[in-house]
Design a protein. Structure first.
Length: 420
């Protein structure tokens, strides 16, 4: 029998008290440090988890998604980088690709189902709360503030696009979208009105943060997530409620659109000074064609092995005058890790998806819809941005681990773990 986690007031107190400790790790991404946080603490942390699993599991039994996910991380280092220093970035990308296979398996084997649910609520809450000091103007993002493209002057307004404690506007919008899904999942899991109020308050903060990034990718993600959550496989009463909500929300958003020149220009990819900014939307076709040209016209070694993220950005600089990545996660993997890396990524994703979804009684699992929504949101993010967002990968690992636990508890298939 499933004993799902239900948030309570005591948990909210703990979330508030422990938030400063958590925020330290968020804040490290916003300051210029000699060594990237990816290598300073993210890679060591994930490697410690990996070593722990190897030491405690002498049988070395690992699912296919873990094996191919780990191989992808290793492949990120086996590239034809034009400069030795570029292998540091390759190591950073490899560390991020380790997160989902390693953390998911660790959670499944060593953390109980109820605690995973609790950690999802805590983590999602912390991610959203971390934006509040930036909304209030108490903190500034040193790295994002150095980016001239985030200045709203070109839209005829004062201020900057919102990034909060994230690397860029896309990281902020996409991560907040996943955190929003994480907290809303527990709205129906609690009967406490104060806890429901807390969830609604956090949801509002998340929506405000996403809105002020003006990132269209996140808007599409939220729309797809809302449709899946409220319409796919739902009964008539739920569909009617969903249609009512979407009608009211559409009316509200349309009013915002009519009264927000910045949003209008962002959606139409224009600006107040006349013209289009290649780095902000319609230029994706140019980015994609440039990266495809790099991969297919520079010899079999480049196609198969890749030249690393930094090398591909160098090439983009020579072609369009701006040092950018592809704004497509699939193409980023192709040019950075080669066709071999892209193939490993698809095999990893296929095995991960099959493990959590291809079951006859999937509808009995409370988390299946949450994970389905998160997968679709993630693939939209990949298609228009990237496949690597640190906190998204962390949250996604928790979502998948929770669903795997439900498979085990309901007897769908056996999972080798230490806790149920």
């Amino acid at each position: 029998m499933l004993k799902a986690y239900s948030p309570n007031l005591k948990d909210i107190v703990v979330i508030v008290l422990l938030f400063p400790a958590f925020f330290i790790f968020m804040y490290l991404d916003t300051i210029n440090t000699p060594l990237s946080p990816d290598l300073f603490w993210k890679l060591p942390a994930i490697l410690l988890v990996l070593v722990y699993m190897f030491v405690t599991d002498r049988r070395f039994r690992f699912p296919a998604y873990f094996i191919f996910g780990a191989l992808l991380a290793v492949k990120q280092l086996l590239v034809l980088a034009p400069k030795g220093s570029y292998y540091i970035k390759a190591a950073s990308m490899g560390s991020l690709d380790l997160i989902v296979p390693v953390l998911t398996l660790f959670l499944v084997r060593y953390v109980s189902y109820k605690k995973i649910g609790k950690y999802i609520f805590f983590l999602s809450s912390w991610i959203i709360i971390s934006t509040i000091p930036y909304h209030l103007g108490l903190l500034k993002n040193q790295i994002a503030d150095a980016d001239v493209d985030y200045n709203l002057a070109k839209y005829g307004a004062a201020g900057r696009l919102f990034t909060g404690p994230f690397l860029n506007i896309h990281d902020a919008a996409i991560t907040l979208s996943f955190a929003l899904a994480g907290v809303l999942y527990y709205f129906t899991n609690t009967k406490n009105k104060l806890v429901k109020g807390w969830i609604l308050l956090l949801s509002l903060v998340a929506f405000v943060g996403i809105y002020y990034t003006y990132v269209r990718t996140a808007m599409v993600m939220l729309l797809v997530g809302f449709i899946i959550q409220n319409f796919i496989g739902r009964g008539k009463s739920r569909v009617v409620k969903g249609l009512t909500v979407i009608l009211l929300a559409s009316s509200f958003l349309y009013i915002i659109y009519l009264n927000s020149p910045i949003l209008q220009m962002r959606l139409n990819n224009t600006n107040a000074v006349g013209g289009q900014s290649l780095s902000e939307g319609s230029g994706r076709l140019v980015f994609w064609s440039t990266m495809i040209k790099l991969s297919f016209t520079h010899g079999p070694s480049t196609f198969l092995l890749g030249i690393g993220r930094e090398g591909s950005m160098d090439y983009m600089k020579t072609q369009i005058g701006k040092r950018l990545f592809a704004h497509n996660g699939f193409l980023d993997i192709l040019v950075s890790a080669g066709f071999i890396g892209l193939l490993l990524f698809f095999i990893f994703q296929k095995n991960l998806f099959k493990r959590v979804f291809k079951r006859s009684n999937i509808n009995l699992l409370p988390s299946y819809r949450l994970v389905l929504v998160s997968f679709l949101m993630y693939w939209i993010a990949i298609l228009f941005q990237s496949h690597q967002f640190f906190w998204v990968l962390i949250v996604l690992s928790f979502f998948v681990a929770q669903l795997e636990k439900e498979h085990k508890i309901l007897g769908v298939y056996e999972i080798d773990d230490k806790h149920s």
